[in-house]
Design a protein around this ligand. Structure first.
Ligand SMILES: O=C(O)C(=O)C[C@@H](O)[C@H](O)[C@H](O)COP(=O)(O)O
Length: 372
């Protein structure tokens, strides 16, 4: 693909889940156009959920776009950052809904990154036992991953995303223009989730990312459009086959078992989610290599790409005494664990993932070789 072309016209990827199906609209100049929301049910009220960074930039524009569909468009502004993905912040959304007399037809709009999207989705899943919601992701990470597929959650001090629900949105609006103001660190964090799709599902896409990673980091519109679209297509395919992670969907967790341990162990927010996932993918690739699933060259190839995306490839020391023990302790809380056995998403050749356990001794070796 020629990354110097301008952004292509709006594309649509469909999440096919029977009566819970919905489209992902991908393009430029979408989020503040009334037509974008033409299929959203009309209701007395809408509530835009956003954060302190985004509110001054985008809320008025979204309010104007929604004004024709809702008699009242309310807003609640949450504190920004993973450290606030908590019960207390979730309660701010319920406070806003109840204090404004919002009924069960009220539509929630998640205007933000993964934290806003996950909290809003969980609020929508549980307010009056379920109200409709729309995802308007403003980060690359949210556009390629967290806004799609219906995983909603808040964190618990003992583990990431431990309290939540599967609850699908009505619509996802990936407006590529919103990525123009994204800080470089956030863009790199999003690239971790883009890269993930290559090793687990699409070797050709991995090659494309290698050829275009510099353009992606530079914010090239055509490159970003392709990355968002292909990522959403792969995720749509997986979620369409296994909505509630009975099996296959776990492959989307590549890098997350180690990554979530880093996020929780460092204190939420110290490492961005994508940074934990980037580093976690290096560790998971090393474990795959030690189990004989891939060779050294594949590990190096992935590590090099993660580095080029501007992501950390060396893990933090979480405990100066028994670092590997601390990682193992945190990873046993992972939602994929069964009866205390940690399940890892591993690479069995580029483009194919498997989910399986591994001996603690081997995992310790990988952690010792990966942290400094
Ligand atoms: O959608 C999924 O399934 C994923 O696992 C995507 C992940 O990238 C995402 O971070 C997800 O929220 C993590 O899910 P969790 O079940 O490990 O909390």
């Amino acid at each position: 693909m020629d990354a110097t072309l301008s952004a292509p016209p709006t594309a649509q990827v469909q999440i096919a889940l029977g009566e819970r199906s919905y489209p992902i609209a991908i393009g430029a100049g979408l989020f503040d156009q009334p037509e974008t929301y033409a299929a959203v049910p009309k209701a007395a009220a809408a509530l835009i959920v956003t954060n302190t960074l985004l509110a001054p930039l985008y809320v008025q524009r979204l309010q104007r776009a929604l004004a024709g569909r809702f008699r009242a468009v309310h807003t609640v502004v949450l504190p920004d950052g993973e450290a606030y993905k908590t019960w207390e912040t979730l309660n701010l959304v319920f406070d806003a809904l109840l204090s404004r007399g919002c009924d069960r037809k009220t539509v929630l709009f998640a205007l933000g990154g993964g934290v806003v999207g996950d909290i809003t989705g969980f609020a929508a899943a549980s307010y009056m036992r379920g109200v409709p919601f729309v995802q308007v992701p403003t980060t690359l990470l949210a556009q390629v991953d967290s806004s799609v597929g219906g995983k909603t959650a808040i964190n618990h001090p003992l583990g990431k995303n431990m309290v939540g629900a599967f609850y699908q949105p009505q619509l996802v609006v990936c407006d590529l223009d919103l990525l123009k103001t994204l800080p470089a660190r956030e863009l790199s964090a999003g690239l971790a989730e883009v890269i993930k799709y290559g090793p687990i599902a699409d070797a050709a896409f991995l090659g494309w990312i290698e050829a275009n990673v510099d353009a992606l980091r530079a914010g090239d519109p055509a490159a970003l459009a392709h990355a968002v679209r292909r990522s959403c297509e792969i995720k749509a395919d997986v979620v369409g086959q296994d909505e509630r992670e009975g099996g296959l969907r776990a492959i989307l967790n590549f890098g997350h078992t180690f990554g979530h341990a880093i996020e929780a162990g460092m204190g939420y927010g110290a490492w961005l989610h994508g940074e934990g996932v980037g580093c976690g993918m290096v560790m998971a690739a090393r474990l795959s290599q030690r189990l004989g699933l891939i060779d050294d060259a594949a590990v190096l190839r992935l590590t090099r790409l993660i580095e080029r995306a501007g992501l950390p490839t060396v893990g933090p020391v979480l405990d100066a005494g028994d670092n590997a023990g601390r990682y193992l302790e945190l990873m046993r809380v992972d939602k994929k664990a069964e009866a205390g056995e940690i399940k890892f998403v591993l690479i069995d050749g580029i483009g194919r993932a498997v989910v399986r356990g591994a001996p603690d001794a081997l995992v310790r070796e990988v952690i010792d070789a990966s942290c400094a």
